[in-house]
Design a binder for this molecule. Sequence first.
Ligand code: ZN
Ligand code: ZN
Length: 59
Amino acid sequence: MLEMKSVCETCAKPIAQDSTAFICSYECTFCAPCADKTHRLTCPNCKGELTQRPKREAA
Ligand SMILES: [Zn+2]
Ligand SMILES: [Zn+2]
């Protein structure tokens, strides 16, 4: 199962599991503003593509 990281690796802001987050194939995790505006949908760690993480309903 995909590990659901809960903080943005760029700004360290918490990301709620039911809010929009972006991940790369290595599961680097970023909030939407950082992924979109700061990184332009390219992972700064591995240069991979950032895609929107599927949301998970709270248990
Ligand atoms: Zn962020
Ligand atoms: Zn990455």
